[in-house]
Design a protein around this ligand. Structure first.
Ligand code: 13P
Length: 248
């Protein structure tokens, strides 16, 4: 907690069309939203501009990915400059689906993070262990390695939010318990303190993602080192409003 502004992101992943987005946006625009919370939604890239055009200015938008250079022969990719051009303020990088389905490694994610920050975007930097890694007692080692790769390329942490998303909790309905999440968040904050600085450790938001719902969000939000959420499935549903307001 410690003065860190609560941050809730909705990662829509590869879901939605104009009509579905219109109805999600209508419900968000009409809802009472806690103004002590930073709220970001991340539609598929092709719908970023459409979403920006209809959503309340209180809600910021994020790309789900961006490449490490501004333009060029990189078929199928988008740059931070393009995301900014269509009104995005943030980008999600290092999501486990990018790592595991599209083969992105720590090095590439770190380079993309550096370039997105340099270009003026905020970065939601995702890390998290797989089930077999947790079961082998390697959670700390894995998340520290992922964070270290990113930290090596970050010179200013003001616009970085770290998202801890255990892979076994993503899309599975198995939310980490508040204690499981808090334990890793505290370890990550301690890592930042030791390897970066005390002030970065105390000011950087560390948010949790993995099957967060309207039912699980309040208890998680009570933990000292959980500064918000990155929400997948539930961000497409009305309960996203309860998650945004979890600290109210
Ligand atoms: O991957 C996630 C957010 O980036 C979490 O997804 P779910 O909330 O659907 O588990």
């Amino acid at each position: 907690m410690a003065g860190r502004k609560f941050f809730v992101g909705g990662n829509w992943k590869m879901n939605g069309n104009k009509s579905e987005i219109q109805s999600i946006v209508n419900s968000l625009n009409a809802a009472p939203l806690n103004d002590q919370t930073d709220i970001v939604v991340s539609p598929p890239a092709v719908y970023l501009e459409y979403t920006r055009g209809i959503i309340s200015p209180k809600i910021r938008t994020a790309g789900q990915n961006s490449y490490k250079v501004a333009k060029g022969a990189f078929t199928g990719d988008v740059s931070p400059q393009m995301l900014i051009d269509v009104g995005a303020d943030w980008v999600i990088l290092g999501h486990s689906e990018r790592r595991n389905l599209f083969g992105e490694n720590d090095q590439l994610i770190a380079e993309k993070t550096a370039f997105a920050l340099e270009s003026g975007l905020g970065v939601i930097a995702c890390i998290g262990e797989k089930l077999e890694e947790r079961e082998a007692g390697r959670t700390e080692e894995v998340v520290f390695q992922q964070l270290a790769a990113i930290a090596a390329k970050v010179s200013s942490w003001d616009k970085v939010v770290v998202a801890y998303e255990p892979v076994w909790a993503i899309g599975t309905g198995k939310t980490a318990t508040p204690q499981q999440a808090q334990e890793v968040h505290a370890q990550l904050r301690n890592w930042l303190k030791e390897k970066v600085s005390e002030s970065v450790a105390s000011s950087t938001r560390i948010i949790y993602g993995g099957s967060v719902t309207g039912g699980t969000c309040k208890e998680l939000a009570n933990e000292a080192d959980i500064d918000g959420f990155l929400v997948g499935g539930a961000s497409l549903k009305p309960e996203f409003i309860d998650i945004i307001n979890a600290r109210s």
